[in-house]
Design a binder for this molecule. Sequence first.
Ligand code: TRP
Length: 338
Amino acid sequence: METPTTERKKVIFSAIQPSGTITLGNYLGALKNWISLQDEYRCIYALADLHTITVRQEPANFRRNTLEAYALLLACGIDVQKSPFFIQSQVCTHAQLAWILNCYTQFGELQRMTQFKDKAAKHADNVNAGLFTYPSLMAADILLYQTDLVPVGEDQKQHLELARNIAERFNGIYSPTFTVPDAYIPKNGARVMSLQEPARKMSKSDENANAYVAVLDKPEDILRKFKRAVTDSEACVRRAEGKDGINNLMSIYACVTGLTDEQIEKEFEGKGYGDFKTAVAEAVIEHLRPIQARFADFIKNKDYLEQCYTDGAQKALAVSARTLNKVMKKVGFLPKAF
Ligand code: TRP
């Protein structure tokens, strides 16, 4: 006699900060991938707004950015029926576990984080303690959900490594409490580079707005930005070392059309960069069109958005409270009677 076993789906957790414009780089590098993982895995997604206040925010902008980011991620295809999608500040377990994990994280470990060093240099007038302990909050985000896999970009790998170390340390002091998460390396994620300085990552904080494409940019702006993209003087569409600009455009084109490098090289054989840039721009515009249309619908419907993020927060709270309670019991906090 066999008992039917429904194999537990692996848990994926990821989050993005609602700190302004979401770029084509965020979308192709991370979000598109989040969407495609939703059937195979138990995905839990969040807007990491507590992380965002490590840099000073203007309240009205911050509020609007958060709601817009939520609507945009829904428009990109997060399916809240499958994947709880919540706003970090609305689930109190995150800040609670972050405090506890701070006490299991060494000052020296946080001091070694390259993102802290970079941000401290960039915001020298506001090197606050939150900027320093940012990685323990991120560890809390991940560990609360007994996460198996975390899709993260290059810039967050060191933070994930620290989360693993914190989990192992806690498990070692007490007993197995946290799942130790691994990085999820996407099968076909693109690392989208700046259109103006293609050796650097595309960033929304770039002062030159021609360097990035926002997911909500108008078609004419997208076309103009691609037409101005920095390339090289070879005038041959092929992937090669030293052709950062063309390599980047090829990756973007491949990502939105599903074509391989060879197919792209063939399509543009004997054609100039002007044709190629226009084709990339048009493919991106077509790819983003339905997302932009869905965004326009969602953002008008504040009640629906509120219903989605409230439901997400309730689900997230139910799961994360189980982990937090275990942790508190192990550490030796007196159980509360209410
Ligand atoms: N720090 C991440 C970023 O800025 C966002 C984030 C917060 C995150 N918590 C997380 C990513 C947990 C992955 C897992 O990109």
